[in-house]
Design a protein. Structure first.
Length: 334
């Protein structure tokens, strides 16, 4: 989505990526798909072909994001490079990189012409990190990764039902607090017959889930869940670790109010009508469910979330900010 926005704004783009995203489809005209498995012989011929395509393309700037294959470091060459950093630290042990990879990537990152973070918190937290210190650092908003032509029409009050929590349901997602708040909401006077719909894999005990909870396990594509997400009264991203969440921006893109925690939700992303709630505040989270359970309120807050997204996070805004950073990098290199 970011590449196509850059193209709309006049940039020539060659995207080199892997086929690991749930929404991966056929390679587009500007896209080269490589398999990042360094020790697998079959991955080498396409990589060598990719080097030839990069040399022919002759980029002015390389934007590097979540690179782990050393061959991709070679693909970037000596072209001025902008590194993109999503998070200041792993959310849980499953995201941690081996020390030898960190050593290589940190040295490479330190030679970047600029660093981009997706929120103020991450930019400040990584400022003294060895791969960032000494590089100019910029903050660019995070856009939804939902293809623009797949965004369904805004759902009015009559079509609003249920609350959703989607993505990998890892421990940092704070699921225990969410479930406790859901129990309190259902047992209180604010429940309107909704379900709490959990979408994605996680180490949950299905037998101990509270009443009116539905768990849709396994992987998914947006086409499978987008109608459920767009019709929700609220989307839960009440995490224990700070993250500029794709869930948060996708929810706003669909016109659904995200519910975030003070620890997990960057304030610049959250619409003011639903301020962040304490990470362990079960009563506060249950109260948010009570408020959004009213379908007219859910529609009104959803419309506010959609406006907030278009004003602050829309992908064309992201493209303009990336182009500003590219302009700065090229000006220094001349």
């Amino acid at each position: 989505m970011q590449s196509e926005a850059l193209i709309r704004h006049g940039a020539d783009v060659l995207l080199i990526t892997s086929d690991r995203h749930p929404e991966s489809d056929a390679a587009r005209d500007y896209e080269l798909v490589l398999e990042p498995r360094f020790l697998t012989a079959a991955t080498w011929p396409p990589t060598l072909k990719g080097w030839g395509r990069v040399r022919k393309f002759r980029p002015d700037v390389v934007i590097a994001e979540q690179v782990r294959d050393p061959r991709w470091i070679a693909l970037a060459g000596r072209t001025p490079r902008i590194q993109v950093i999503h998070d200041d630290r792993p959310h849980d042990p499953g995201e941690a990189l081996p020390s030898y990879e960190l050593a290589v990537l940190d040295r490479w990152g330190a030679r970047s012409a600029a660093t981009i973070a997706y929120c103020d918190y991450v930019a400040n937290a990584v400022a003294t990190r060895r791969d960032v210190a000494g590089t100019p650092t910029y903050v660019v908003p995070l856009a939804s990764d939902l293809d623009l032509n797949r965004v369904p029409p805004f759902v009015g009050a009559a079509g609003r039902h249920d609350f959703v929590m989607f993505g990998r349901l890892n421990p940092y997602k704070n699921v225990d607090v969410v479930l406790a708040a859901w129990r309190q909401h259902v047992d209180g006077g604010g429940w309107r017959g909704d379900k709490l719909i959990l979408i994605g894999d996680g180490a949950l005990d299905a037998d101990s889930l509270p009443a009116h909870t539905q768990w849709r396990r396994g992987g998914y594509r947006y086409s499978d869940v987008v109608s459920t997400l767009a019709a929700a009264k609220g989307s839960i991203a009440h995490y224990r670790r700070a993250t500029q969440s794709g869930v948060q921006v996708l929810s706003m893109h669909l016109g659904v109010m995200p519910i975030v925690s003070t620890e997990g939700g960057p304030p610049e992303y959250q619409p003011p009508e639903c301020p962040p709630i304490g990470v362990d505040d079960v009563a506060g989270l249950a109260a948010a469910f009570d408020v959004l359970a009213d379908p007219a309120t859910a529609e009104r807050h959803g419309a506010s979330a959609a406006r907030h997204y278009q004003l602050h996070c829309a992908v064309d805004i992201v493209a303009e900010r990336f182009l500003d950073v590219i302009t700065d990098v090229l000006a220094v290199r001349r």
